[in-house]
Design a protein around this ligand. Structure first.
Ligand code: GDP
Length: 301
């Protein structure tokens, strides 16, 4: 396990692209309308979105007044506070152990980092002595199945996989097998895109329904993986998936190299679904729990 410092550094290095333009705003000598205008532009550039930007600016002005701040450098500290407060509702840890097994359905568009995140999550849970079963419910893409099998091998966990076939049938089998084998967690990887004649959301709804038939009350988690580097597009995905199937948590990947880190503020403001984990690299250990204060500092300091 890497020392804690090193991943915060990765996050900070990544977010520097986002933060440097914001930091520029505080190099002047006075707090005036021009400063707030520049800040507004920089926040929007970082994909913070109109609503979260308005919220942050109003909150910041209040804090500046209360603190009787006169130097732009002090404003930066107050913005960190405001952003941390905005992001705090996203902090939540993923609970396991309440069900046998806890069933997680993982969704997201291709390329978001879904399979990699499942691999990282599997390792994270295996380290906490959880017995895990993976379900390869993306039966459409051979590469997706193969990639998941590689992660299963790497993390030494079992996998239920079937070439072709019905994704919900594979998931049903996996949940049933997970119960029979006394697994603690079943994680189902789903497709990010379907052959054109099929509709992704309908497919995901069906998988979700069938999981409920295999085990009462399941799935316990519906996790969406989004690429943090896609900014406002990631927010649109959160809304679309949440409206269609109901999300319980997010994993935000690729925060080690983005100029759009502000999107988390947009998510907090517009669809505050907990961020269970953030991805800060391609390696197994590059999955970290989300902390609002650390994120705000990494972005703005
Ligand atoms: P999927 O299609 O959603 O399953 O996406 P993959 O898991 O295959 O990931 C797509 C690409 O993104 C791969 O090259 C991954 O190594 C990379 N990736 C995933 N998560 C991260 C992350 O947190 N940081 C970086 N830099 N790359 C990532």
């Amino acid at each position: 396990i890497e020392p804690r410092r090193s991943w915060i550094d990765k996050l900070r290095q990544g977010l520097r692209k986002t933060g440097s333009s914001i930091a520029q705003v505080f190099t002047g000598t006075q707090i005036d309308d021009a400063l707030y205008e520049e800040l507004e532009a920089a926040l929007l550039m970082a994909d913070t979105g109109v609503k979260a930007t308005e919220h942050l600016l109003a909150d910041l002005k209040r804090r500046v007044k209360d603190a009787k701040a006169t130097a732009p450098s002090a404003v930066r500290g107050l913005l960190i506070e405001a952003l941390a407060d905005l992001l705090r509702p996203l902090e939540k840890s993923l609970a396991v152990g309440r069900h046998s097994p806890t069933v997680m359905m993982v969704v997201g568009v291709n390329g978001a980092g879904k399979t990699t995140s499942i691999g990282k999550l599997t390792r994270h849970l295996a380290e906490a002595d959880q017995k895990i079963l993976l379900a390869a419910a993306d039966t459409f893409r051979a590469a997706a199945r193969e990639q998941l099998a590689v992660w299963a091998d790497r993390t030494q966990v079992e996998i239920v996989s079937q070439e072709g076939g019905d994704p919900s049938a594979v998931t049903f089998d996996a949940v049933t097998a997970g119960r029979a084998r006394g697994c603690d967690v079943v994680i189902a990887d789903t497709a990010g895109r379907l052959p054109t004649q099929l509709h992704l959301m309908e497919e995901l709804k069906k998988i979700k329904r069938v999981i409920g038939k295999a085990q009462d009350g399941a799935p316990h988690e519906v996790l969406l993986v989004i690429d943090g580097n896609t900014g406002q597009n990631a927010l649109a995905q959160v809304k679309t998936f949440d409206d269609a199937i109901g999300l319980t948590g997010l994993i935000v990947t690729k925060l080690d190299g983005t100029a759009k880190g502000g999107v988390l503020a947009a998510i907090a403001r517009e669809r505050a679904i907990p961020v269970y984990f953030i991805g800060v690299g391609e390696k197994l250990e590059d999955l970290q729990t989300f902390n609002a204060r650390e994120f705000a500092q990494a972005l703005l300091e």
